[in-house]
Design a protein around this ligand. Structure first.
Ligand code: NAD
Length: 364
């Protein structure tokens, strides 16, 4: 895909459309982002066939059908998705159902613009798949568009991106290059997020966070996700919980669980979390002091908490009595995972995530 990255890059959307030969684009957004989408649409003049503020979280099929109908009615030859993962997701749904190409202008750190993964929710069940037709043909990253992303959403969205990279590090199809991208993506985001919290309009910090999100999204697109994404997929699709916040609350617990089976991931995450390779911030492997591992999960939980992210699934809306149902849904169609997942262990992980207790990295 073509990628443009830089402060003010959204002023060059028309050049990307020129390069791709798209003359009639339907601009997609959420109702909350109508103003920014409209200003991009206005700058495109006659090349825009209108703004459709119909994007909703988890892409309900009804919203996809409405966007497809409008694209047909207006004779659109492409969709321009201005927004976060929900808006990019709507563009992908139109690409899937109506074969229209997507150009993405991301405004969060979700990373969907870098992946061929689509998602649709029907009757409370979210279905996802991969199809190269939904991969955006061009992505225009402009950090200025992220200045208004509220601090709480910036943090959870950034941790959503970190989750892509963490799972990319232990993915069955990880490669030296995806691991390099994942380590740098995590480093960039974890360094940028405290600066974003301190000064949300710090353009340098926003640029660094968006660069990290680009890397993490590319890792998501290139590798296979494991237990963490499966859990978040079930929680988000079936209980309609806020996507990024769920990722933030779950990730430290899955990291604690998987760490013993993923030493390369732990090693890659250790410097990004400000931990030494052993010693301070480490957990002992056995009573005789034979081995120890950096407590990456505890450190990630501490950082998430310090940044104001939710650390409890109960706080993001999951009822405590849902644990058994989540376990059975996750185990009904499990993803690959570096450590085998048994029902008891998964229920314990979820109970800790519901309660919001600080996880400790299991020793190898
Ligand atoms: P979102 O797109 O749902 O946006 C959340 C809210 O933030 C919306 O109200 C939106 O209007 C607002 N917003 C977005 N950017 C803003 C900005 N810069 N300033 C002010 N407000 C802004 O949130 P998200 O976390 O980006 O996306 C979540 C969805 O994306 C989920 O459905 C998830 O499954 C999907 N997703 C898909 C992939 C993939 O590869 N297919 C990857 C990541 C996420």
């Amino acid at each position: 895909m073509r990628v443009v990255f830089g402060v003010g890059a959204s002023e060059r959307v028309d050049q990307e459309l020129d390069a791709l030969g798209y003359d009639r684009v339907l601009v997609l957004c959420t109702p909350e982002q109508t103003a920014v989408a409209s200003s991009i649409s206005d700058a495109l003049g006659a090349r825009s066939v209108g703004v459709h503020p119909g994007a909703r979280m988890h892409v309900p099929v009804e919203s996809a059908d409405a966007a497809v109908d409008l694209a047909r009615e207006r004779g659109a030859d492409a969709c321009l998705a201005v927004g976060g993962g929900s808006t990019t997701g709507l563009g992908k749904a139109v690409a899937l159902r109506h074969h229209l190409p997507v150009v993405a202008v991301p405004t969060t750190y979700a990373g969907s613009e870098m992946t061929p993964i689509w998602g649709l929710t029907e009757g409370g069940t979210k279905t996802t798949g991969r199809d190269s037709a939904v991969l955006p043909r061009a992505v225009v990253y402009d950090p200025l568009l992220t200045l208004g992303l509220p601090v709480d959403l910036s943090v959870t969205s950034g941790l959503n991106a970190v989750a892509h990279a963490v799972e990319g590090l232990w993915a069955p199809n990880a490669s030296p290059i995806t691991s390099l991208m994942a380590a740098e993506g995590v480093r960039a985001l974890l360094a940028a997020l405290p600066r974003v919290v301190a000064a949300p309009d710090d353009v340098d910090a926003r640029s660094e966070a968006l660069r990290g999100a680009w890397l993490c999204g590319a890792v998501l697109g290139a590798t296979t996700m494991s237990l963490h994404h499966k859990l978040c997929h079930v929680l988000g699709g079936s209980w309609d919980l806020p996507h990024a916040a769920v990722h933030a609350a779950v990730l430290p617990h899955v990291l604690a669980f998987n760490a013993p089976a993923a030493p390369a991931a732990v090693a890659a995450l250790t410097p990004a979390l400000g931990l030494g390779s052993a010693g301070a911030g480490s957990v002992s492997g056995d009573a005789h002091g034979g081995s120890s591992a950096p407590d990456v999960a505890g450190a990630l939980w501490d950082l998430a908490r310090a940044l104001g992210a939710p650390t409890s699934l109960a706080d993001v809306g999951l009822p405590a009595d849902a644990v058994d149902e989540v376990v059975s849904r996750v185990l009904a169609a499990p993803y690959a995972n570096p450590r085998p997942v048994k029902a008891d262990a998964l229920a314990a992980l979820l109970r800790a995530a519901v309660a919001g207790t600080r996880p400790v990295t299991a020793a190898p």
